[in-house]
Design a protein around this ligand. Structure first.
Ligand code: MG
Length: 238
């Protein structure tokens, strides 16, 4: 069986964003630099000292931990500081991030043959800012920010939205994500094909149950090229 036959019935590919198309840890570092700059501007602590503390907490707690800033401020002895104002600096900053190598070319090459979508959790304004900073704005036929529907993955409603939008059903759609805790169960419940990218924070995570994992996995998202494109488009990125 050639790669193209594995997902041969698919007519649309919908992607997760964080750790699927770019490294989420880069976004965290970008935000922490903005926070460190603000702390220095206000004369509270030197930026390199603040950044070093946030890096330590990032390494200890992991990129998804919601309280890295609180931990860093405690580590720095800044117990009286208003962390919520720093969270605003973090959320409102213009992220300096870029897609994984080859992502833009991959999406460009997929586009003639597939409808392309983006489905992501997280605060919609922040996620939209990431899409813009990554230069992915024009790459998708449809983008859905679950926050705007007041829900999140794995809610099957989100996958149903793409079925209506693309006028496709179940096995004609493929979801590509990285997190077995939430990316695949909703898609599978709607009969979608599923593909896990072993990149980012969850790369080493074993799925909590087979039913929660994807059908197949690849090391990085550009490996998708050999699964869905004819050989002429597989010259690089494999
Ligand atoms: Mg993700």
């Amino acid at each position: 069986m050639t790669g193209g036959e594995i997902f041969g019935t698919c007519r649309a590919i919908v992607f997760d964003l964080d750790d699927t198309l770019y490294a989420q840890v880069a976004f965290k570092r970008s935000g922490f630099r903005a926070v460190a700059t603000r702390l220095a501007q206000e004369g509270i602590v030197d930026a390199p000292v603040a950044m070093a503390s946030m890096e330590r907490q990032l390494a200890a707690l992991g990129p998804s931990h919601p309280r890295i800033l609180d931990a860093a401020m405690a580590d720095l002895g800044l117990t009286g500081i208003r962390v919520d104002s720093l969270v605003s600096v973090f959320r409102d900053h213009r992220p300096a991030i870029c897609p994984y190598p080859g992502v833009i070319d991959l999406l460009t090459d997929l586009h003639p043959g597939f409808q392309l979508g983006l489905l992501t959790d997280g605060l919609a304004a922040v996620q939209r800012g990431k899409v813009g900073a990554l230069g992915l704005d024009g790459c998708f036929d449809a983008m859905l920010f679950s926050d705007e529907l007041n829900t999140s993955k794995p809610d099957p409603v989100l996958f149903e939205w793409f079925e209506r939008r693309f006028e496709l059903v179940g096995g004609q759609l493929l979801y590509v994500g990285d997190n077995p805790a939430k990316d695949f169960t909703g898609a599978r419940r709607r009969g979608w094909r599923t593909l896990r990218v072993m990149s980012g924070e969850h790369a080493g995570v074993i799925a909590p149950a087979t039913a929660k994992d994807a059908e197949l996995s690849i090391d990085c998202v550009t490996d998708l090229r050999r699964l869905v494109l004819p050989p002429a488009h597989q010259a690089w990125g494999d």
